[in-house]
Design a protein around this ligand. Structure first.
Ligand code: NAP
Length: 309
């Protein structure tokens, strides 16, 4: 039986690996279908402390992996689809295969919800379509961009982008924002933001270099289509946490995020099971906050194991 199994190899998972490995717990880190997590799909990370010139997302994750491995973390590919946390010995299943552990750190991350329209995948990550203004906004200085969505994220992204971009067009499928009142009011009052209501984005159009140059939209009330020129398309229609295997086992909120115990960022309702990173955080979703939660979860796991001895 393992001391610690860590699910996920994003910032949270690797940081938990570094800490539990340095505590001589020889953690086993299980890698899902996106090794290195969301950051491996980002070109440059400029906001992770310690890298004044920024760092390539893939390189950052490779460094974290090496750091976790250096202290004795072990890695295995396995997509966990079912868990049994009913006994002190926790069992995790990946199809026919099973793993057993005394403690589990769940750091399975979340994926941005996408529109599923032509051009979106082709231009995603570096060619004009992105899901993170905090990460990529500065690359669109003095350019026109589009934000898709009507929630707090879309408003927050739009407001953030006004710092760099000449114009931000917010495209929303209804005639009213879902965002909190204060965010909506700020967004609607901003002189650089124009809102196009009742409209669905149907396609992202590419220029001759394969980079975004415009979107086509359809007005859902009168079915008219039109085109909006833009160099960047920021999709902010929510995130989908990777928490399916824990449904019915751990507490999830209405959006599927794992809910930690009160007075804790990382303790789940099952003793010895901890949550870290984007699968349990809909508010911040930053690499550094995920790393922080990974560290907290590792320290909690270490203390829990020490108490049991
Ligand atoms: P959200 O509240 O679920 O909003 C998603 C938005 O995207 C909605 O306006 C929705 O339209 C739209 N949408 C969903 N699927 C779509 C599709 N296929 N095509 C077009 N539009 C689509 O997600 P969120 O904005 O990421 O926020 C998630 C949670 O985090 C919320 O609880 C939010 O309050 C919180 N949050 C808070 C802050 C803050 O307080 N600073 C910042 C960010 C997020 P409809 O409105 O028509 O459903």
């Amino acid at each position: 039986m393992e001391n610690v199994i860590i699910l996920g190899t994003g910032c949270a998972g690797f940081t938990a690996g570094i800490y539990t490995a340095r505590a001589n717990l020889e953690p086993l880190i299980l890698e899902g279908d996106l090794p290195g997590g969301q950051l491996t799909t980002t070109s440059e990370v400029e906001n992770f402390p310690g890298f004044p010139e920024g760092i390539d997302g893939f390189m950052l994750m490779d460094n974290l992996r090496k750091q976790a491995a250096r202290f004795g973390s072990r890695f295995e590919s396995a997509l966990i689809d079912r868990v049994d946390f009913s006994e002190e010995r926790k069992i995790l299943y990946a199809g026919e295969k099973s793993f057993e552990a005394r403690t589990v750190i769940i750091a399975t991350g979340a994926g941005p919800r996408l529109l599923g329209i032509p051009g979106e995948k082709e231009m995603y990550g570096g060619k004009g379509v992105t899901t993170c203004a905090t990460c990529d906004g500065a690359f669109y200085r003095d350019m026109d961009v589009v934000v898709v969505g009507g929630g707090d994220s879309a408003c927050e992204e739009s407001l953030f982008l006004t710092r760099f971009c000449s114009k931000v067009t917010l495209v929303h499928r209804r005639d009213e924002l879902r965002a909190s009142r204060i965010m909506a009011e700020r967004t609607l009052a901003h002189e650089k933001i124009e809102v196009i209501w009742d409209s669905a984005v149907e396609e992202v159009l590419a220029d001759e270099d394969g980079k975004a140059k415009a979107i086509t939209i359809r007005n859902l009330k009168n079915q008219e289509t039109s085109r909006v020129s833009c160099k960047g398309v920021f999709i902010a229609i929510g995130h989908v946490p990777n928490t399916k295997p824990f449904e019915g086992v751990l507490e999830l909120d209405d959006n599927g995020y794992l809910v930690p115990e009160q007075n804790s960022m990382v303790r789940s309702s099952v003793p010895g099971v901890y949550v870290a990173g984007d699968c349990a955080d809909h508010a911040y979703r930053q690499a550094i906050t995920a790393a922080g939660m990974g560290c907290q979860a590792a320290i909690e796991a270490e203390r829990w194991l020490a108490e049991k001895e």
